[in-house]
Design a protein around this ligand. Sequence first.
Ligand code: PLP
Length: 354
Amino acid sequence: MSQFWSKSVHHLTPYVPGEQPQADDLIKLNTNENPYPPSPQALSAIQQACSEDLKLYPDPDSTALKQSIADYYHLKTNQVFVGNGSDEVLAHTFQALLKHDKPLLFPDISYSFYPVYCGLYDIAYKTVPLNDSFEINADDYNQSSGGIIFPNPNAPTGIALALPAIEKILQRNSNAVVVVDEAYIDFGGESAAVLIPTYPNLLVVQTLSKSRSLAGLRVGFAMGHPDLIEALIRVKDSFNSYPLDTLASMGASAAIQDKIYFKDTCQKVIRTRDKLSTDLERLGFDVLPSAANFVFVSHAEHTASDLAQALREKNIIVRHFKAPRIENFLRITVGTDAQCEQLMQSLSAIISKT
Ligand SMILES: Cc1ncc(COP(=O)(O)O)c(C=O)c1O
């Protein structure tokens, strides 16, 4: 049926998300979901919103949610944009702010959705290699561009960039938008949101999918100068006036307000990550220093694809990217203590057998 496709569709290379198998007994450490449930306050807000009022359209501006985010980060609501998952927020960002004559820059190893958006919106891009330790080097972004985007902490490496390095990039690229994709920031990085009042070229993107255990609700947001937000609103209102449904807006707003539960679950994930990193090192793994809810690891004596396959046979799934420079790495999401314990037992058995 491809004769009916629009011309541009023939050339798209869509993003392939991590698999979501339905088996009950799987230990699922492949898509960086939070192993803990959402805040009880978020769940109760969603339940309350399940009412007759669902016959009405939601608030097209998600005003209450924007207010919760603005309060949390000491911003104004006109500095906040919300969308149906940060993937949608990023898509609008690429279209609204990153399509220029000069190429967009992002690291050679980073979120693999970025080149997909470039393909969708026909945006020229250039990748900037991470250094030999898989770190972003701010000096490498000292070049003219149509914009810059990188995850912080980077994905899938998990390595965080400190705020002074981000400021350096912002200062040297004052004529370009710099997008910091903070999907994993709450697990150990420092948010660039504090820099928003100083840098009108900064856009910070976050999600409730990871640190607030709400991947299924699909809520993400961006924060920046009102002029940047205005561009995102223009694109959104030319695409879908109601990207967030009533349940998502209410649940997300309650989750942002429940700071105690949020901090507690983040701390638990961080503690488990640090123990998991030490345990993996004891088994001979090279573990990149992670500030995220996953670890990125390789083993000198075992290929990543063999290990992923052997784990799968033991009902544990992790993520393996067949991409240059990282084909021998596994990305392992931090689960509960019990899940990580089982992972370690399985890995010990696999490694001692060969
Ligand atoms: C770096 C990065 N950014 C954005 C996202 C998208 O998150 P969501 O669309 O669930 O908000 C992900 C998801 O894995 C990610 O790894």
